[in-house]
Design a protein around this ligand. Structure first.
Ligand SMILES: C[S@@+](CC[C@H](N)C(=O)[O-])C[C@H]1O[C@@H](n2cnc3c(N)ncnc32)[C@H](O)[C@@H]1O
Length: 703
């Protein structure tokens, strides 16, 4: 039974459990919402239809009611809003999960026929404010019951969302507000009782629709779409203030509330777009967007009106920021296009800024650490073979971090067994960028090292081709000695290490058996190019949600429980002669353990990509070849072409054949959609046989 004893709670009785058969229906736009774009849908659609080609996926990333997404249900849609009360409605309207309409009607029939007589969280806190006591009791009872039924598996996630949506829409309809919950209207009669309607989503929805509930600036780092629609708040009015009560009902965490408007703590829901940080937030958002078209709604009240209604981002900033991404066209309602120069629009109008993004890919960042075997040059071949996104990216043997830095993941874990390397990376992440640069320059001055960013080579009686070796030898050795004598692993230690790397031969990191840095001085110094590289690197790691681990790879956990990892393994190559592999730094046991580690990741549903060579300088990696064969098509090697002409460290015998490969546990033509591998039992792999699933069904995700 729907309204179970358990759901009602021990004190509650059901005085009238009469099912009302006739029910009203409700649709996505039957709701009041500040700044909603319902009336602009035909304008927005016309701009997209006439100016954008081949749009198959649309992301509405400040979706509010979801009205704009609802205009694109013929495409794959992604919705996002920081408010859970909006997210839950998006799940109701757009999720591809099946639901039973009959069940929803039955629930709503019972809810409408039910008269709640017991007090609960809602009536205790909100009676006779926005709603009458009776309606509060009813809202509280229904909300509790939805959770109970979901907990009992009587309804699925979509059905839960549909019922909550129905409740939110119904409550909003009778609330004694002027459209928002900053205040309630006092002294008005509660004449309309709560009545739920049956939400009617589109019958046909794209099977890959996704709804997210995140801060947009974080979200965009992990998604891409043909068209991204941006409709941020324009002014200082925070949506979490305006809709705190609906948010409270949707979340149902029953927080304490205070003030006349009975608001809970909303600190985590405040939007930067309503503050003076709006322009910086917008710039960051646009820089991280991966789309062919960006469509922005923004009104033009920046300089007009006063106080709260003023737009937070001025037109010049909007144009400057969008212009970095592509060609910008402006349209006003009435569908009048303007050139993208100075806006000629005076009246208070809704405008659409369409940015046709340059196809140029985001520049890859190059690590300032010249790590042997670094994959920077291979990135153009590697990145297209990676999944488009994942919960956590694990760079298992991160070295200079070139790969993890340039792969878009919500979060990244960089691991390396080199303690000094990880210490240095942590220092660069945690120390203020300006402090890092100040310390480096004062160390350069202290040791008397050269500064070709300030003086040319002739100032040091050197020339560009021979470099600064003779000039910097003595100061470099003094720095090296101090560094090797430095006993505390503090910021100073790691910044000295960085400086050594900069001034050392080929910018390498290498320690001898006694743990001493032992490379000789090199030809170059901390020139402008190196400074730019370091600055960009620090910016990226300080902005990224990333962690640095110093573990043996065997001890790295794949991901937090419930999350999916994409593990990239770039181990020392068993059959090559990289400096870190001298003196048997990487053994056959390591190689076997790594393959077993990856098998385990695979069997737990994670994705992996392994860089390695199958053949090099006449040697073959039999362990790897046998492993591939044993798993009989489960793992997919893709050949890469690597130009090692600049590197005689990675291998000797450069003229001989090298088969560099990327081995994945997903098929590479599916990387745009693959997210999670169906778990795979490796017990079956030991006997190579035709019964193995070589092309398992993949769960597609938003790309
Ligand atoms: C102007 S409204 C969008 C209206 C929407 N287009 C519609 O038609 O209903 C802006 C939305 O952005 C959401 N929002 C504000 N800051 C956000 C952030 N940092 N991340 C995600 N959503 C945010 C607000 O909760 C609000 O729903």
């Amino acid at each position: 039974m729907l309204l179970t004893d358990r759901a009602v709670s021990s004190e509650e009785t059901i005085p009238a459990l009469e099912m009302k058969p006739v029910q009203k229906t409700t649709f996505i736009n039957n709701r009041r919402y500040l700044g909603n774009k319902y009336k602009l849908l035909s304008f927005i659609k016309a701009v997209v239809t006439d100016n954008c080609e081949n749009v198959d996926s649309v992301a509405d990333i400040f979706a509010g009611t979801g009205a704009v997404a609802s205009a694109f249900t013929d495409k794959q849609i992604l919705t996002n809003d920081i408010l859970y009360s909006n997210y839950i409605c998006h799940v109701a309207w757009f999720s591809p999960e099946e639901y039973s309409r009959k069940k929803i009607e039955k629930f709503i029939g019972c809810y409408n026929g039910f008269r709640a007589t017991q007090d609960n969280y809602m009536s205790d806190n909100f009676a006779d404010t926005f709603f009458s006591r009776d309606d509060c009791r009813k809202i509280g009872f229904i909300r509790e019951n939805i959770e109970e039924c979901y907990g009992n598996n009587e309804i699925n996630k979509r059905e839960r969302a549909l019922l909550i949506t129905s409740l939110l829409y119904a409550a909003d309809k009778i609330a004694k507000t002027c459209g928002h919950y900053d205040a309630y209207r006092q002294g008005v009669r509660f004449d309309k009782p709560l009545e739920l309607s049956v939400p009617i989503p589109n019958d046909i929805l794209h099977a890959q629709n996704t709804c997210r509930n995140e801060d947009t600036n974080e979200l965009v780092k992990s998604i891409s779409a043909d068209l991204i629609y941006i409709d941020p708040p324009y002014n200082s009015r925070q949506y979490c203030d305006a809709y705190h009560l609906l948010e409270n009902i949707a979340r149902w965490e029953k927080p304490s509330v205070s003030g006349v408007a009975r608001k809970p703590d909303r600190t985590k829901l405040k939007s930067d777009y309503c503050t003076k940080k709006a322009t910086a937030a917008f710039e960051d958002l646009i820089q991280n967007i991966n789309a062919r078209y960006i469509l922005l709604s923004y009104n033009n009240m920046a300089q007009k009106g006063n106080g709260r209604s003023n737009a937070k981002i001025d037109d010049d900033s909007i144009l400057r920021i969008l212009n970095t991404k592509g060609e910008v066209k402006i349209f006003t309602q009435g569908y009048k296009p303007f050139s993208a120069g100075k806006s000629e629009i005076d009246a208070h109008e809704e405008r659409l800024f369409l940015c046709i993004c340059h196809t140029k890919k985001r520049e890859n960042i190059r690590s300032p650490l010249n790590y042997t075997g670094g994959k920077y040059k291979l990135l153009p071949q590697l990145l297209p073979l990676f999944p488009k996104t994942c919960d956590t990216f694990v760079d298992l043997f991160c070295g200079g971090c070139n790969v993890g830095l340039n792969f878009r993941a919500s979060a990244a874990t960089f691991n390396d067994s080199n303690e000094q390397l990880i210490g240095l990376l942590r220092t660069l992440k945690n120390n203020r960028k300006q402090d890092t640069f100040d310390t480096l320059f004062s160390l350069i001055e202290h040791y008397g090292l050269s500064r070709t960013d300030q003086h040319d080579y002739s100032f040091y009686s050197c020339n560009g081709s021979d470099g600064l070796t003779s000039r910097n030898r003595e100061p470099f050795l003094a720095l090296r000695e101090d560094f090797n004598a430095h006993s505390v692993r503090d910021t100073d230690y790691y910044l000295k290490l960085y400086l050594l790397i900069v001034f050392a031969f080929n910018n390498q990191i290498r320690f001898n058996g006694k743990g001493e840095y032992n490379l000789p001085v090199g030809k170059r110094d901390f020139n402008t190019k190196m400074q730019l590289k370091l600055g960009a690197f620090i910016d990226r790691i300080q902005y990224m949600d990333c962690t640095f681990l110093n573990l043996d790879f065997r001890n790295v956990v794949f991901a937090q429980s419930g999350e999916t990892a994409f593990i990239y393994a770039d181990p020392p190559y068993l059959i090559t002669c990289a400096s870190y592999n001298e003196k048997s730094g990487w053994t056959e046991t390591d190689e076997r353990d790594l393959l077993e580690y990856l098998e385990r990741a695979d069997s737990e549903g994670h994705l992996f990509a392994l860089s390695n060579v199958l053949e090099c300088g006449g040697k073959r990696n039999d362990i790897l070849s046998d492993w591939l064969q044993r798993h009989n098509g489960r793992y997919h090697p893709v050949g890469l072409t690597m130009d090692y002409s600049n590197s005689n460290y990675h291998r000797k015998g450069r003229t001989e054949r090298t088969r560099e490969v990327l081995i994945t546990n997903y098929r590479n033509n599916e990387t745009s959609s693959v997210m999670r591998r169906p778990p795979y039992s490796h017990t079956r792999a030991t006997t190579a046989g035709s019964h193995l699933r070589t092309s398992p069904p993949f769960h597609s995700v938003w790309r």
